[in-house]
Design a protein around this ligand. Sequence first.
Ligand code: SAH
Length: 342
Amino acid sequence: MLLDLDKTELKEYVKCLGEQPFRAEQLFDALLQAKKLNEITNLSQEFKNKVSKDYPNFCIKKKLVSQDGTTKYIFQFVDGEIVEGVLMKYHYGNTLCVSTQVGCRMGCSFCASGLNGLKRNLSAGEILQQVLLVNADQKQNSKHRAVTNVVLMGMGEPLDNYENVVKFLKLLTAKDGLNFSQRNITLSTCGLVPKIYQLADDGFSVTLTISLHAPNDKKRAMIMPVAKRYKIEDIINACKYYFNKTGRRFAFEYTLVSGENDKTEDADELASKLKGLPCLVNLIPLNYVKERQKKPSDKSKIDAFLERLKKAGINATKRRTMGADIGGACGQLRQQILEEEK
Ligand code: SAH
């Protein structure tokens, strides 16, 4: 697929077709604008026929706009598979949450994305396609590119699709492409330890966020199967390594599940583990997923948990829930659509 190629590779591709080099520029511009093949006016039909089998199908299958302005997208790929993306508007810019896999094989107990396991990986271009489509879709509102920040926090586990994800990071940060700064990109992982080391060694410095969700390995294993493979201590060591290599502070996501990980003792245990680390804890109220038997913690419990962390000297915040009225949580909307289509 053409979006998997960087500009140099695209030039090579056009050369192999026996076409003039400037055609590569035109093609690249059309791709960046998420134009459908029939919307490109400066390329001949003959040329379009040659590239059509490799051209992405830019398709927004569904779009829901929340009362708070959060927009949820369902993107569809050539093989019919669908994934979600969410655009959140903040005062400093717009953050797009992209998916990296169709489904997920991590099996976290409260998450909708992994309900049917992993269907397939997304290619680098298919991840990029989500950014390009949202930029194009939002263009009517603004002349500027809509997406200013990207978080790899949608469906899938990014580090379980490592090669495609790092290629995507290269495409997104390419100087002659969208030219994103790594500072404006956040990668969220359930903690695949060897891949965290690899990401640092491969020279990336995106913001790293770890989905922790528990103060110790035993509790974590009850919520997240991946905890049986990697200990919290090993994850913290990998994060320190990442920090030393990149100078980037890291964050921990902690979704509060009623009766499972939301006691003040849990907060104390968490604080003692994280004390002195260059990190932030993000508390996330659980988004209810009907297929999962988990309940969100009461607001008072969340506030108490937050206070306890702060008192212990931990840098912590509570995440605002956005788009709750449109199936805001990871994988929820896709699940709804798959059910409707049954
Ligand atoms: N696999 C990656 C990224 C995708 S999940 C990871 O684990 O980080 C993105 C974040 O949403 C994770 O922190 C995940 O635990 C959280 N999440 C998933 N389902 C949720 C739900 N129902 N309510 C609240 N947070 C949820």
